[in-house]
Ligand binder design. Structure first.
Ligand SMILES: [Zn+2]
Length: 239
């Protein structure tokens, strides 16, 4: 298991400031670099995994050595789309425009292809994040129930959170967790992820029997998996 070090650093690479975060992993044989798309407003940067006795300074040296690679990868990232008035963000795979309205009460509502957000400007991003989470919950819960019923399984708790590395997960106790950002993806993609996690209630592996179950619970699963591979990362750039 990797353990996060509290230490962070900022490096200047060719005039660009790059955030560096460290992880300690006892099993790592060498220093490992990977790109880190900061979440919820955190900066993009690099995660440096250090073997047990390697000092962070050696990690920083490696980042400097690989500056070209790091900068190229950062440039390849899709642009960030913060939640703001006028921004275009997808909901169910369809572009919607965010509109900040003058009403005082801080509610969010959907009108055609616009998402109207009232209340103080400074709360807009948080309010929208909460709203998107609520939308995700509303769209995921009934699907979990219906699909679990098809398999004759009973799901445990359903949690909606902001997970970076996985779209969903299923614990040994049958508790399911989903990333709220799925609600931005086309509906069939969200449906696939629900089918995937619900199938884990019956099969705790990724064997042929598991994939047969997923295929029973959702249509076009190959296309949905392909969509996530190609566009999934973009969803983490929004909001
Ligand atoms: Zn799985």
């Amino acid at each position: 298991m990797s353990k996060a070090l509290t230490r962070q650093a900022t490096l200047d690479l060719d005039g660009r400031r790059v955030a560096v975060r460290f992880l300690r992993n006892r099993r790592a044989r060498r220093i490992i670099l990977r790109l880190d798309q900061g979440l919820d407003g955190a900066e993009d940067g690099v995660v440096v995994t250090l073997p047990s006795r390697t000092p962070p300074e050696e990690g920083l040296d490696l980042v400097r050595d690989k500056a070209d690679w790091v900068l190229r990868r950062l440039d390849d990232l899709a642009p960030r789309i913060p939640f703001a008035d006028g921004a275009r963000v997808p909901l169910g795979g369809v572009d919607h425009v965010i509109r900040h309205t003058a009403e005082k009460r801080g509610v969010v509502r959907l009108e055609g292809c616009e998402i109207l957000v009232a209340g103080g400007h400074e709360h807009l991003a948080r309010r929208l994040r909460d709203w998107f989470k609520g939308q995700a919950r509303d769209r995921i819960r009934p699907r979990v129930r219906d699909k679990a019923a098809v398999l004759g399984c009973t799901p445990g708790r359903i949690t909606i959170r902001d997970t970076k590395s996985r779209w969903g997960s299923c614990s040994a106790e049958g508790n399911l967790s989903f990333c709220w950002r799925l609600v931005m993806a086309p509906e069939r993609v969200l449906d696939y992820v629900v089918a995937h996690e619900v199938s884990h209630l019956a099969e705790h592996n990724h064997g042929p029997r598991f994939w047969r179950l997923v295929g029973r619970l959702t249509e076009d699963m190959d296309r949905s998996r392909d969509w996530l591979k190609r566009h999934g990362e973009h969803l983490h750039r929004i909001g």
